[in-house]
Design a protein around this ligand. Structure first.
Ligand SMILES: Cc1cc2nc3c(=O)[nH]c(=O)nc-3n(C[C@H](O)[C@H](O)[C@H](O)COP(=O)(O)OP(=O)(O)OC[C@H]3O[C@@H](n4cnc5c(N)ncnc54)[C@H](O)[C@@H]3O)c2cc1C
Length: 303
């Protein structure tokens, strides 16, 4: 019997077979996942991971798909999507969110409750789990700044709690959690004037809307910030603003973004990423590194 025939019964997860990743990523491009699983509780997540290991089925985690480019050829195995594993609780100055909860909801609720420490992360369209995984940040605030601890299923299938200082973290990276499933995150916040926090949140959201091409599908900044510089500045001085391949284009509004402006394939986006990297290197000798995560087969790359 094929493992896919018993996956639902053994794990209790809702499953979508041949799931178009256009629906689960903010780039809105790429092929289909062989199976997309939508667990709603910890037990289902654990069962899913264990089942995939036993059956040797490829297994990947996804939050809200806002930092991923999926190949047009799609993805084999199971994608575990946590968008239905959501919830926030607040106790005194601690806010705990399940991994699939949108980070912006945590930011919004912290502001409403007069708790400072997440307000500048407003508008980041990822999940709390994805934010911990990437140490997402903006406007001088990072996910790890006020993080107290986070709960994971580790590589051995054990449920563990990490304090923030148990791991090494830095700009858009956290070491040694690559094989962990993040289940929840707890932030220790500070009591602050809700009106002031609201002001910060609104100004952050306004600056995002003014500077970022939010009217088009994208996955945010394509490249990491090079040392002492900005990828968008380098792309701009190289004259690449507006450069396009197929339906993918370097945003005219923010040169650090590639937008899916006209039914771009993932191959279009990938070819444009490579073109930008080549041109920037030729003209400035800076090697731009992608912040976005490439999944599946791309020409010259197997991820
Ligand atoms: C318009 C726009 C603006 C953005 N602005 C910013 C910004 O200002 N700052 C910033 O840092 N980012 C920004 N991003 C990028 C993105 O929102 C963040 O990187 C976010 O943290 C990704 O979260 P996600 O849930 O979408 O992760 P996904 O894209 O779903 O996954 C990203 C990685 O995290 C892993 N992952 C996700 N959830 C889990 C989990 N529960 N356990 C284990 N691994 C997991 C995945 O396997 C994958 O490797 C922006 C994106 C867009 C589209």
């Amino acid at each position: 019997m094929n493992w896919k025939d018993i996956l639902g019964e053994k794990t209790g997860c809702r499953l979508i077979f041949n799931a178009p990743m256009t629906d689960y990523t903010t780039y809105k491009t790429g092929g289909a996942a062989e199976v997309l699983a939508l667990p709603e509780n910890e037990e289902q997540i654990l069962r899913l991971k264990t089942f995939c290991e036993q059956k040797n089925a490829p297994f990947r985690m996804i939050g809200l798909g806002s930092n991923i480019l999926v190949s047009d050829k799609g993805l084999p195995g199971v994608i575990c999507c946590l968008k239905n594993y959501v919830g926030i609780s607040i106790r005194d100055e601690e806010l705990t969110a399940l991994a699939g909860t949108p980070l912006d909801e945590a930011a919004s609720l912290s502001v409403e409750n007069g708790l400072g420490g997440l307000e500048s992360l407003s508008g980041i369209p990822g999940s709390c789990g994805g934010a911990v995984y990437m140490n997402a940040g903006a406007f001088g605030q990072e996910t790890f700044d006020n993080l107290k601890c986070f709960k994971v299923i580790n590589a051995d299938g054990e449920i563990k709690q990490f304090c923030k200082n148990d791991v090494e973290y830095g700009y858009r990276k956290v070491k040694n959690i690559e094989n962990c499933i993040i289940l929840s995150a707890t932030w220790l916040l500070k009591k602050q004037d809700p009106a002031e926090l609201k002001q910060t949140r609104l100004s952050v959201l306004k600056r995002r809307a003014e500077k970022q091409p939010l009217e088009y599908p994208s996955a945010g900044s394509v490249f990491k910030r090079p040392v002492n510089d900005y990828a968008s500045r380098l792309i701009d001085v190289c004259g690449l603003r507006g450069l396009s391949v197929g339906g993918a284009k370097v945003s005219e509004k923010h040169a650090g973004f590639i937008i899916n402006y006209d039914n771009a394939t993932a191959a279009d986006v990938y070819a444009l990423i490579r073109k930008v990297q080549e041109e920037v290197y030729k003209k400035t000798s800076v090697e731009l590194q992608t912040e976005q995560i490439l999944w599946g087969d791309f020409p010259g790359k197997t991820a």
